[in-house]
Design a protein around this ligand. Structure first.
Ligand code: PTJ
Length: 256
């Protein structure tokens, strides 16, 4: 179904993104549950005023530093990320020399291949994790998401896994990997267990992260280490929650 949304509609971007995801479900890029996940994200985005919350900028700096310091950074891509940000994922991969790996919660070979095609069409030369290539497993995970590619997440020291589920975050952390996630929900298990959680909409995060990495490339390794040492994920999540609480408190007095 083609719907026409006027560009000056106050919810133009949000409606356009929804339509993009609905269309991606039809193409089997996004899992049906991906729409529910997106709706949950949208609810939190409302609480943040649909803008990058101030505490998130230090998480982006820490994430950029961690990716620049990594020996084997890997970008893990699921259906939602492929549907929303394929071009930016490919740009990030090129900027830091990180392989891209498809890793799905609702894993079928057909979806893996379809998502790999989306990434190839966006400019990716190689996409790991498809079919038999994902021959290793993350211990202690029951779902199909335990499968990883030995050339990708298997050897990674730092894994960028936006919109992730809690089990795999814990599994990757238990394997000794640094986990960078993006999650609009600062209360999720992923947000709390990850090494670095960027609390914001992935749509806004990718351009900000690309810009921050380009800026930091001028800096020294010592500076990256300093930015990382200065960052504390738990404290950052508390600051995100205080930001929401203050906003709601203001609304509760002014009503607007
Ligand atoms: O493509 P697959 O098969 O790997 O499945 C992907 C989903 C997202 C369906 C799967 O990983 C899943 O069920 O994830 P969860 O456990 O629902 O977690 C997704 C998290 O992403 C939730 O905490 C949402 O708040 C968050 N989220 C959703 N959309 C966005 C988001 N965070 C940032 N930006 C978004 N656009």
């Amino acid at each position: 179904m083609d719907i026409h949304v006027p560009k000056d509609h106050p919810r133009y971007q949000s409606i356009t993104i929804r339509e993009q995801l609905v269309d991606a479900v039809r193409q089997m890029i996004v899992a049906p549950a991906g729409l529910i996940a997106h709706g949950r994200g949208e609810a939190f985005d409302y609480l943040f005023g649909e803008q990058t919350p101030p505490p998130t900028f230090s998480a982006i700096t820490a994430a950029a530093s961690s990716l620049l310091l990594a020996r084997h950074p890997v970008l893990s891509v699921n259906g939602n990320l492929a549907a929303l940000c394929a071009k930016d994922v490919v740009a990030l991969s090129g900027l830091i020399g990180a392989p891209i790996e498809v890793n799905l919660f609702y894993r079928t070979l057909e979806r893996e291949q379809t998502i790999a095609k989306v990434l190839h069409d966006a400019g990716a030369e190689e996409v790991l994790g498809v079919g038999e290539a994902a021959s290793e497993t993350v211990p202690e995970i029951g779902s199909e998401r335990r499968r990883i590619d030995p050339r990708g997440i298997g050897v990674a020291d730092v894994v960028f896994v936006p919109l992730e589920d809690g089990d795999r975050t814990e599994g990757l952390i238990a394997m000794g990997k640094t986990v960078i996630t993006v999650d609009l929900n600062p209360l999720s298990r992923t947000a709390r267990r990850a090494s670095i959680t960027i609390v914001d909409n992935i749509i806004r995060v990718m351009p900000l992260l690309l810009k921050e990495i380009a800026r930091l490339q001028e800096e020294s390794k010592k500076m990256y280490e300093k930015f990382l040492n200065d960052f504390n994920n738990t404290e950052n999540l508390k600051a995100e929650l205080r930001f929401i609480a203050d906003r709601l408190n203001d609304f509760s007095f002014t009503g607007e």
